[in-house]
Design a protein around this ligand. Structure first.
Ligand SMILES: NC(=O)c1ccc[n+]([C@@H]2O[C@H](COP(=O)([O-])OP(=O)(O)OC[C@H]3O[C@@H](n4cnc5c(N)ncnc54)[C@H](O)[C@@H]3O)[C@@H](O)[C@H]2O)c1
Length: 317
């Protein structure tokens, strides 16, 4: 349990979910919005939502009590941030609104308060232009739906003090979520990868290779099925980097530029580092743990198949 004072500025969809999980983690949270009335109305919505989540078994049984005790609606941004150790900005994705809000937050917050932004797409360095003492500012990017998606991108900009990142990691870890540190680059990691996949998927539809429905089925039931357990590098190491190099060569017969063999892959193959089977690849999995890894993988996939079976199909059709 943390004894932290946190302010969430922008109590809408994302800010609301972030406030819920922070409050459940034990932090004291002040919510700010355009007005006190809006913040109060959103707090009521968060409590009602949490009641439903508890009834559905999605939140711990004491979640409503914790949110009622730990979250309050502030009269203004200035009031919300005045004694905060950490402030998360979650106002709309418009640079003018973000700049004006971050200027107000940084003018009213303690000089040692850490300020995070939930921006999905705006460079953190660009947002930092409006922050006084920008060394205490970074991206803290929760995913939708914030109460239930476990990953959070932490994005320091060029001038962020690296020493404060550990504190943000602790705050997020207290909610049960996982963080990864990334550089301030357009699209960050999540959106760059997600949109690269979506781009190729839409090309397949446009070329008439498969319908949107059939592509979704393939993604869900083949490589997407692995992704909760293994990221693309672990998957490549397990498949064999020489196999990946062959696949690239095949793809190049039709799309020579789009699927040029990545240099980092070719260098590993040339060095005989072919992934798990050689004990070295992108992730250096020791060869003597291969049997353990295969056993984990098989168990994970069977557990995933059972879970999907129990849940039934998504109500899309
Ligand atoms: N919705 C998503 O899927 C998602 C996912 C990840 C990140 N984000 C990012 O989170 C941020 C918030 O998005 P959202 O979907 O929660 O939006 P939202 O519209 O649901 O919430 C924004 C909130 O900010 C308030 N607000 C507007 N102007 C304000 C101001 N000047 N001062 C104080 N509060 C103000 C609004 O009243 C509203 O309550 C955006 O940067 C967005 O890109 C959204």
């Amino acid at each position: 349990m943390t004894e932290r004072n946190i302010a969430v500025v922008g109590s809408g969809y994302m800010g609301g979910g972030i406030a819920q999980v922070l409050a459940i983690s034990g932090a004291t949270v002040k919510l700010a919005d355009i007005s006190e009335e809006i913040a109060k109305g959103n707090l009521e919505r968060l409590i009602a939502e949490a009641r439903q989540f508890v009834a559905d078994g999605l939140f711990p049984s004491n979640a409503v009590e914790l949110i009622e005790k730990n979250v309050s609606a502030a009269a203004s941004i200035e009031e919300a941030v005045a004694d905060a150790d950490f402030i998360e900005e979650a106002v709309p994705e418009k640079i003018e609104i973000k700049h004006a809000t971050l200027a107000r937050i940084s003018a009213a917050a303690r000089p040692d308060a850490i300020i995070g932004s939930n921006t999905s797409t705006i460079l953190i360095g660009k947002l930092a232009e409006a922050v006084t003492n920008p060394e205490r500012f970074l991206g803290v990017h929760f995913s939708n739906p914030a109460p239930f998606i476990p990953g959070v991108e932490l994005i320091p900009h060029g001038g962020t003090n690296p020493d404060l990142i550990a504190t943000v990691e602790e705050i997020v870890a207290a909610t049960g979520k996982q963080t990864a540190r990334i550089k301030d680059a357009t699209g960050f990691v999540l959106n760059r990868l997600q949109y690269a996949l979506f781009h190729e998927a839409t090309q397949l539809v446009e070329e008439g290779v498969a319908s949107a429905d059939d592509i979704d089925t393939i993604v869900r039931t083949t490589f997407g099925f692995r992704l909760p357990f293994f990221g693309p590098f672990a998957i490549a190491d397990m498949a064999g980097l020489d196999v990946y190099a062959f696949c690239y060569a095949s793809l190049q017969t039709e799309f020579p530029e789009r699927f040029a063999t990545p240099k980092v892959l070719q260098d590993l193959v040339d060095a005989g580092k072919l992934g798990t089977k050689t004990g070295a690849g992108f992730l250096d999995v020791p060869a003597d743990r291969t049997a353990e890894l295969v056993a984990y993988r098989n168990k994970a996939y069977v557990a995933m198949a059972k879970l999907i079976d129990e849940l039934g199909p998504a109500p899309i059709h």
